[in-house]
Ligand binder design. Sequence first.
Ligand code: XIL
Length: 327
Amino acid sequence: MSKRLSETYREYFPIGAAVTPVSIDTHKELLVGHFSSLTAENQMKPGILHPSEHIYNFEQGDVIADFALQNHMLLRGHTLVWHNQTPEWFFKDGGKAASRTLALKRMKEHIYTVMGHYKGRTCAWDVVNEAIADQAEGPALRQAPWLTAVGGDYIEHAFRYAREADSTAKLFYNDYNECDPVKSKKIYELVKSLLERGVPVDGIGMQGHWNIYVPELDKIRRAIELYASLGISLQITELDISLFRFDDGTAYEKAPAELIELQAERYGRIFELLREYKALFTGITFWGIADDDTWLSYFPFRDRKNWPLLFDDQHRQKKSFENITNF
Ligand code: XIL
């Protein structure tokens, strides 16, 4: 009998996957067999849920929430306040820019409605996503519509509204390049100052969009230790291990065996590290299920196929799967 991923990790942490209403159908067997938590890949973002001020579309998100419930899986909410996939109407008032008061009112209404809708079904929410700038120089916060409309305290407002809307969901700050020493320091400082001011942040989501070369294990370890020193919980929220460095546009028709081998080694080492920190991690979520359906096959290079997950294009277990389940 072959191993079941989430069963193998039962004593460690829930194992999740980002899904769509289509993939829960096309990848049902893998999901039910190996995963114990779901995240909507796009369907709970403002762009789909709340396309204009008085219209909410919960249908697609609900398909995912229902599937999670029927299969006794956890559900992570993703995401409420972000610079991407957020319609412009949030920041407009007729022909001009929305005032701070109006933008905050809309943020509050959005958070209350969305979290209210999924209350009791979502164990955690990525309340604020990717608010920190990547550049070493310049302001810590990314130039984002919420920042322009509200000011630097938009993050704190988002977390306070979120706690009011659903006092049981764990509230996460989520970001990428989270193991980069400069950026991780900025993420740490942001969350530290929020906590010092009594803002309800329960955890940091480390997205984990990594590749077979970087970040090095000791960088991952240092970031974990740094974030954990804040006394909050951690999750890897969007794990995938690309076969390419971020700006490398090389393309292959078939995944090169030696890169798949490197990937397997990397997955093995990374999970060894994560198991070491099991007391800190409340979930590890992959950004997708199998290699036939991954955002990395259309980002950052359109139509450049990638193979970043544990199951191959035919949904068979890769060496990476073996390496993280044999311990
Ligand atoms: C990505 C989805 O996977 C894509 O389908 C979509 O086109 C763009 O967004 N960080 C996040 C996720 O927090 O929401 C992003 O998801 C990937 C990067």
